[in-house]
Design a protein around this ligand. Structure first.
Ligand code: NAP
Length: 393
């Protein structure tokens, strides 16, 4: 009797909390992605990158792919990924801003589907409703499990005032059709070529926070020195710093800067975001120079992979062996390696198959022995991936 009363109390509590909140309810049964801290906020341990959503040049995007990209989005969201990395510069030429537009549209559609499935469960299937209520905790029913957009604002040469960053964020929010982003990031540092602009950008991103347009701020392509200076200024302005992202994969590990970034992020209390964890697809194992399986002619990744793949063969072979040994795929091993290093990897996916594979990279961990072997192989490649031209020290 006591336990029945207890169950009824839980159900009443759950029903009333559902009634108060928007339908941010997830299929808990398929949610595998955990949560980590990023400065003062919490994000999913795996993210998703959106560079390819609108990029014709590198990813041969066309708008007729949107439906399949949405299918990928649904898989990723169902798995519990909430953080999506994007930028106001993503989308080539007339498609500029496309990734942000799609992110906004996709989330509205996803939430619509969730709310439909909830009302259907309520109407026809009490068992399913019961299960959803039971699985819905105050945490997964709250806003922290809704989409978290981490957009990047480009330090274009004409963005020289702090107000220009506030305006840029408002333009991103308009494309997203949202009121606030989770993380507003500076896309790159201008320290190497226009240091004066950098000061305005730092004040600008702090103003973006003060204006209530983001929950926290972050940087991208900042090295340890520049990150430390930025963190000091944000502390003075009392602005929460959540993330710092750099290119981080087995193909960049040879570069000491990549390796140092985990400690640098820990020093300033933010989370490393590991971008291009699959080295733009090279580490998936699906490309081969000898078999001439490469991105299409005219795609710059074709030449890049031609140059990098031969020197990376021992690493690719090891990835294949570890994948076989662990019962995972090469992509999953490459992403899990980046995760084990302490960052939040944000692989880009644009098909449901890729999405399923990438979310399967979490929920388990490579052994220390496998990580050591992969580290050694990564340090021995003859030609590492080229560093972003804006990367600072
Ligand atoms: N801050 C910066 O300056 C910066 C720079 C670069 C990237 N980023 C961010 O990081 C995100 C990820 O990086 P990225 O897109 O450069 O590279 P990535 O995640 O290393 O690789 C993504 C590409 O690999 C292929 N792929 C992904 N998953 C796959 C799978 N499971 N199986 C087979 N192929 C798969 C897809 O391309 P194909 O199907 O065409 O092979 C996909 O577009 C970007 O979307 C962006 O948000 C930030």
């Amino acid at each position: 009797m006591k336990s029945l009363i207890g169950l009824a109390t839980i159900l009443i509590h759950r029903v009333s909390s559902l009634a108060q909140s928007p339908p941010y309810l997830y299929k808990s049964t398929s949610r595998v992605v955990g949560r980590v801290t990023a400065g003062p906020i919490e994000i999913s341990e795996l993210g998703c990158g959106t560079w390819s959503w609108g990029n014709r040049l590198l990813f041969n995007y066309s708008p007729d792919q949107d439906e399949q990209i949405y299918e990928a989005y649904r898989v990723i969201r169902d798995a519990g990924v909430t953080v999506f990395d994007t930028a106001d510069s993503y989308g080539t030429l007339d498609l500029n801003g496309r990734a942000e537009i799609l992110l906004g549209k996709f989330e509205r559609r996803y939430l619509g589907e969730q709310s439909m499935s909830l009302s259907k469960a309520g109407g026809n299937d009490m068992g399913a409703l019961f299960q959803k209520l039971l699985y819905s905790t105050p945490q997964n029913n709250s806003l922290q499990y809704s989409q978290q957009v981490a957009t990047k604002l480009a330090p274009y040469p004409w963005r020289v005032t702090k107000q220009s960053l506030v305006s840029a964020t408002k333009a991103s929010l308009k494309r997203l059709d949202q009121k606030k982003v989770a993380i507003a990031q500076l896309h790159w540092s201008t320290a190497n070529y226009q240091p004066i602009q950098e000061k305005a950008l730092w004040e600008g991103i702090a103003d973006v926070y003060d204006a209530g347009l983001c929950e926290a701020v972050g940087v991208s392509n900042y090295g340890p020195k520049q990150l430390s200076k930025f963190a000091t200024r944000m502390q003075e302005r009392q602005v929460p710093l959540a993330t710092a992202q750099v290119q981080y994969s087995l193909m960049t590990y040879k570069d000491a800067l990549s390796r140092d970034m985990v400690d640098s992020c820990n020093d300033v209390g933010c989370r490393l975001i590991s971008y291009s964890p699959l080295c733009l697809g090279l580490l998936t194992g699906k490309y081969s120079v000898t078999k001439n399986i490469l991105p299409p002619v005219g795609n710059p990744r074709r030449q890049l992979f031609r140059e990098l793949l031969p020197g990376a063969q021992p690493l690719i072979q090891l990835l294949e062996a570890v994948a076989k040994d662990t019962g995972k795929t090469q992509s999953q091993v490459a992403i899990n390696w980046a995760l084990c290093k302490g960052g939040v990897p944000i692989p880009g996916a644009r098909t449901p198959e890729q999405a399923r594979e990438n979310v399967g990279a979490v929920g388990w961990r490579l052994s220390n022995a496998a990580i050591d072997e992969l580290d050694k192989a990564a340090l021995s490649i003859s030609k590492p991936m080229i560093q972003n031209i804006f990367q600072t020290k």
